[in-house]
Each structure stands twice: as structure tokens, then as C-alpha cells.
Design a protein around this ligand. Structure first.
Ligand code: ADP
Length: 271
């Protein structure tokens, strides 16, 4: 699968008409996706082990998408491949009163992964140019300066050894309607049903415009955005596993060399 097709080229325009959330390029069916997905998940574990052992680089995965787009599902079904010891997941909620007394990146910086770690952001600092913009939580004079701050912040992370990959899970409003209906009507899913999501749904086009601006302005060489067709969960999982394998295999990961003369060490009897 060519993952470059999902990448928003730095400096390019994004037209949602070019991105079909139903598309499944490079894989025709759920059955055909099973084997390559499994192979990718095995490879991800191997790459993560090298990342952890080498402890020079870090990986930050940013997940964004409209409600029900599958952020939790991706963490379970794709990131579930990683050894949990080397993973730090942060879900960004409405900022606390304390967080609001600081700049918008304060809580985000603290959550970034240290060397050897994989950091997963379930929502992120992008909420500060998405919900904040659409819901009018800050004036334009405030949120419009944030794209430059975000790019500079992500450059700082990249220069410090953090590889960054940002993924937008692209679903259609029709697909969301089905998923929200399922949440409302299925007892085991009802805990996820939040009336607040319905208000956000009525602002769909405003969110798409906000996402377009964020992705156009903040897809950079050091922290690219990928738009992944996500109406079909099996395709979403496969595509994201491919993007992660692609990103991680370009990090120059390898196991560190063993201690000198390792073969000559005798394992002594236990005392
Ligand atoms: P999720 O929908 O991610 O599963 P929640 O239902 O707890 O989890 O929703 C988290 C909420 O927090 C979302 O509505 C999101 O828009 C909001 N949120 C996250 N970051 C911010 C922010 N910086 N400012 C305002 N709201 C935010």
C-alpha cells in the first residue's frame, strides 16, 4: 500500500472532495486485509522493541477525528500491538481550570513521549484550533496565532528526536449517523453516547473547515498529517498500521550493540 497518498503534502491545499471516506485503495475486502494487518502489527512490535532498546528516538502519534471516527478503536486494534510498557496514552479532555491558567501547549508538552517511548494522543493540541474555534471558546485573534505556535512546538520536538505522525480519521456524516444510532440503541455501547456529540454534529461543515485549515497549515516535513478513509474500520486499521510501519522503519532503529565479549560471560550458579 502506498501511504504517501494519504499524506497532506506540506504547503498544499486540501479539498475534501479529493478524500472519499469510503475509499479502500490497495485493498479490496476485510478478508484480504487480515493477513497484511497481522504482519504489520508484528512488525510494529519489533520496531517498538528496537525504539525502546535503543532509547534515542521517540514516536508521537496524534489521533484526531469527529466523534465516532474510531480513535478508541485504532488505539485498541492497532496500537494494541505495542508492548504497553513502552506506551504512554493521553486523552485530551476539556482543559481543567489549572490548565486554562497556562498557555495551550503547557499540558501537551508534559504529555510528550521521552526517548524510547511511543506517545499516543487521543485528541491533542489541535483541539485548540478546532473545538475552540468552532465553539467560539477563544476569539479569532487568539486561535489564529496557534498554527504557528503548533508548528514551532512540533519542530522543537522533532529536533529533540521525536518522530511525529498525525492522523485524521475521515468518516462521512452518514457513517457518523449510523454509529451514533448504534450507540443510542445498543446497551453495551450506550455508555459512549453523549448528547453533546449531537450539537457538534450539527456544526459538521464548520469543523471540516477548521480541520482543513489545521491540516493545510500544520502538515510539515517534520510532522506530516495523514487523512485516512475511515468509514470502513478494517481499512482504517490496515492503513494506519501501514503508516506507522512506514514512519518507524525510517527512524534508523536497531538493537544497541551488546556488552563487549558477551559470549565469554559464564552464567554463575545462583547463590
Ligand atoms: P472523546 O469524545 O474524546 O471520547 P470525551 O467525550 O470526554 O472524550 O470528549 C472530550 C471533549 O474534550 C471533546 O468534546 C473535546 O472537544 C474536548 N476538548 C479537548 N481538548 C479541548 C480544548 N483544548 N478545549 C476545549 N475542549 C477540548
Amino acid at each position: 500500500m502506498n501511504v504517501e497518498r494519504f499524506c497532506i503534502k506540506p504547503g498544499s491545499r486540501l479539498d475534501w472532495k479529493d478524500h472519499d471516506p469510503d475509499a479502500t485503495p490497495g485493498c479490496k475486502s476485510k478478508a484480504a486485509a487480515a493477513k497484511p494487518l497481522l504482519a504489520n502489527l508484528e512488525r510494529l512490535l519489533e520496531l517498538q522493541e528496537q525504539l525502546f532498546a535503543q532509547s534515542e528516538r521517540a514516536l508521537l502519534i496524534v489521533l484526531q477525528g469527529m466523534d465516532t471516527s474510531g480513535k478508541d478503536g485504532v488505539i485498541e486494534h492497532v496500537m494494541g500491538a505495542f508492548n504497553p510498557q513502552g506506551v504512554k496514552i493521553t486523552s485530551f479532555k476539556v482543559p481543567t481550570p489549572e490548565e486554562l491558567t497556562h498557555d495551550f501547549l503547557w499540558r501537551v508538552h508534559k504529555a510528550t513521549p521521552g526517548r524510547g517511548m511511543v506517545g499516543i494522543f487521543n485528541r491533542s493540541h489541535y483541539e485548540d484550533v478546532l473545538v475552540v474555534r468552532v465553539a467560539g471558546l477563544a476569539p479569532k485573534a487568539v486561535w489564529s496565532t496557534r498554527y504557528a505556535h503548533i508548528n514551532a512546538f512540533e519542530k522543537l520536538l522533532a529536533d529533540s528526536g521525536v518522530a511525529i505522525v498525525k492522523i485524521f480519521l475521515h468518516i462521512s456524516p452518514e457513517e457518523q449517523a449510523e454509529r451514533l444510532t448504534a450507540r443510542r440503541d445498543t446497551p453495551e455501547k450506550q455508555w459512549k453516547f453523549s448528547p453533546g456529540d449531537l450539537k457538534v454534529r450539527t456544526q459538521w461543515s464548520a469543523y471540516m473547515k477548521a480541520y482543513q485549515d489545521a491540516l493545510e497549515r500544520c502538515s510539515t516535513g517534520w510532522a506530516p498529517w495523514y487523512v485516512v478513509p475511515s468509514n470502513k474500520k478494517w481499512y482504517r486499521n490496515l492503513a494506519i498500521s501501514e503508516i506507522l510501519v512506514d514512519t518507524m522503519s525510517r527512524l534508523g532503529l536497531a538493537y544497541p550493540p551488546p556488552v563487549e565479549g558477551i559470549a565469554s560471560y559464564e552464567i554463575p550458579p545462583a547463590g
